[in-house]
Design a protein around this ligand. Structure first.
Ligand SMILES: C[S@@+](CC[C@H](N)C(=O)[O-])C[C@H]1O[C@@H](n2cnc3c(N)ncnc32)[C@H](O)[C@@H]1O
Length: 277
């Protein structure tokens, strides 16, 4: 009896703590109203679609892998095209697809584990799932975000015109990829990662809070789970905008033995491919 009461109290308290910790993210974090008309979202999408990125074209030629462009822009319309002050740019999806496809071709593992921090609306995890599917390979993508997967909300995207939706509903057209490859976890990567143990992480995309104090704990979580040839991909390696990312990536590569390849798209957008030596 005493044991049962203890168990119930524990369950009750843990639930309260969890509810409190994620309150902000569970409660319409992108606003309680639709941010733009359908046409406005389509216009933003059109502009983003027509931009060219020669450095990314070159990277795709080098790897020999290029994501299906119509598929990719359609996914971006639902998961990347939002109203915001800064420029819409989602080429990291192309880079991730090419890089992961090349890794799968070269590494020949039976199955691989992929970690992503910062799921957002799900764009990058679905691009990575497509790479696994197109290569006909097994793998699991574990993606973390403070945002919930099953709560209905507005997402500041064109789909808001169909009413409140959960991320699961927003990504309904990608169910086959999701069921086969993706695990969504609502967690704070700064404090909660240790609860989720996997022995190996072959490929990682660290893309949550772009600050040193967040990136380093994420790296420490995965550092002993990587072996020679494994990869970490970083977005926003941009000194003026994200000095914390630059500091963390430099420290990771120098102190923990990773090679560092920088891909520069513009002054505002630089990516790093770090390979464990
Ligand atoms: C730049 S977005 C990720 C974009 C996504 N990778 C993509 O390509 O579509 C950053 C995400 O990190 C999440 N985030 C920020 N801090 C976090 C934390 N401490 N733990 C988990 N997720 C976090 C935010 O909620 C946001 O959705």
């Amino acid at each position: 009896m005493y044991h049962k009461i203890l168990q119930l109290t524990e369950y009750f308290l843990l639930n309260i703590v969890r509810k409190f910790a994620f309150k902000r993210w569970n409660n319409m974090p992108f606003g309680k109203e639709i941010r733009a008309s359908r046409n406005e979202y389509l216009k933003i999408a059109e502009i983003a679609r027509n931009k060219s990125y020669p450095e990314v074209d070159d990277f795709e030629k080098e790897t020999g892998f290029r994501i299906d462009q119509d598929w990719y822009h359609e996914l971006a319309l639902h998961t990347q095209v939002v109203v915001k002050k800064s420029e819409i740019n989602y080429v990291h999806g192309r880079l991730l697809y090419s890089l992961l496809s090349q890794f799968l071709e070269q590494a020949k593992y039976q199955s691989i584990n992929i970690l992503e921090t910062g799921t957002a609306r799900g764009f990058s995890s679905i691009c990575m799932a497509k790479a696994l599917f197109d290569a006909n390979r097994n793998g699991k993508i574990i993606t973390f975000d403070v945002l919930p997967h099953n709560r209905k909300m507005y997402w500041n995207c064109i789909d808001d015109h169909n009413g409140l939706r959960s991320r699961e509903e927003l990504l309904g057209d990608y169910n086959m990829l999701i069921e086969n490859y993706i695990l969504y976890i609502q967690a704070n990567t700064r404090t909660d990662l240790e609860q989720f143990q996997v022995s190996r992480i072959h490929f990682a995309f660290l893309d949550s809070t772009h600050e040193f104090a967040y990136l380093m704990p994420e790296f420490f979580y995965l550092k002993d789970k990587q072996k020679k040839g494994d990869i970490i991909f970083f977005d926003d390696y941009t000194p003026d905008l994200f000095p914390g990312v630059v500091k963390a990536v430099d420290e990771i590569c120098e102190k923990y033995n990773y090679s560092k390849r920088i891909i520069t798209i513009s002054q505002q957008r630089r990516y790093v491919i770090a390979v464990k030596l």
